[in-house]
Design a protein around this ligand. Structure first.
Ligand code: C2E
Ligand code: MG
Ligand code: MG
Ligand code: MG
Length: 283
């Protein structure tokens, strides 16, 4: 009997494994087709000054209009895209689209800096910076309206060639940000030597600041550290007005999160940035 149930478990296990393998294969082939089929899109989330709520930049975030599953978020496909290397092609589309968006907004009188997220795999690719430059040039998008977001872990491990390329982009006027700060292990000496302008505090550092004095103390100290490095501090994942107010008091420069505005499609973002929609009255 024990033997039978053991075999049953094994069958069950291999079925689950087979299903998982099939799902991964489907995801991979869907991802391969998604660019050709024009299924990716970007949404935009404002970043505002903690002091007075004026908009200072926007972050572009990737969405996938999947033909069967509907709208998919990066959490459901980015890891697979990185494993398969498809992120390089997707990132190419993102960079191209960001450059075109900056230029289009400029023609509409919306001079808005746009931040783009970059994965480790993309940055590893020797042609990343050449393609970025080319996309900006082709679209006639000025470098000072571009911001690059590199994750903390990525920033800690990139090669001297990559740092050189980042420094060059920064010299051209682009803004360089460290994303998800507080989730990895930063070597502070290393952080100090990187060509960066701003550091984004991860949501996990902010989550409890309205309810926990220790969390507040830590956030305050981290912001002091960021300022000490000569950088601007950006709080992300702000979900309440209480968090926004505390961040303002402890010296955070810029805030971003659902309490200010969720990521929006382009039309909604443009209306929002023109002040046609106000976050205070939106509740
Ligand atoms: P991230 O760069 O740290 O972006 C912040 C994430 O938090 C976004 O998730 C955003 O929609 C979400 N968010 C914003 N405000 C709030 C809030 O108040 N509360 C909570 N709980 N979440 C909030 P999203 O759009 O699902 O993106 C997830 C991650 O995927 C991003 O994290 C980024 O690392 C990556 N990603 C997004 N777009 C791209 C892209 O174009 N290229 C690459 N390589 N990565 C991207
Ligand atoms: Mg980001
Ligand atoms: Mg982040
Ligand atoms: Mg993240």
């Amino acid at each position: 009997h024990a033997k039978a149930s053991g075999r049953g478990r094994a069958e069950h296990f291999s079925e689950a494994l087979a299903a998982q393998i099939a799902e991964r294969a489907t995801l991979e082939s869907d991802l391969r087709e998604a660019i050709d089929r024009d299924e990716f899109t970007l949404v935009f989330q404002p970043q505002v000054a903690a002091e007075d709520g004026r908009i200072v930049a926007a972050e572009a975030l990737l969405r996938w209009r999947h033909p069967r599953d509907g709208l998919r978020f990066p959490g459901s496909f980015l890891e697979r895209a990185e494993e398969t290397g498809l992120i390089v092609e997707i990132g190419e589309w993102v960079v191209q689209t960001v450059a075109e968006t900056i230029a289009r907004w400029g023609r509409m009188g919306v001079e808005q800096r746009l931040a783009v997220n970059v994965s480790p795999r993309e940055l590893d690719h020797a042609t990343f910076f050449r393609r970025l430059r080319e996309a900006m040039r082709a679209a006639a998008a000025p470098a000072h309206l571009l911001e690059l977001e590199l994750s903390e872990t990525l920033a800690m491990h990139c090669s001297s060639e990559v740092i050189e390329a980042i420094a060059q982009l920064r010299a051209d006027g682009a803004t360089i940000a460290i994303d998800d700060f507080g989730t990895g292990y930063s070597n502070l000496a290393r952080l100090r030597s990187l060509p960066i302008d701003r550091v984004k505090l991860d949501r996990s550092l902010i989550e409890h600041i309205a309810v926990d004095a220790d969390a507040r103390t830590i956030a305050h100290a981290v912001i002091g550290l960021i300022h000490g490095l000569g950088c601007e501090a950006v709080g992300e994942g702000i979900e309440s007005h209480a968090q926004a107010e505390i961040l303002r008091i402890i010296g955070c420069d810029v805030i971003q999160g659902y309490a200010i505005a969720a990521p929006m499609d382009e039309d909604a973002f443009i209306s929002w940035s023109k002040g046609e929609v106000r976050w205070a009255s939106a509740g």
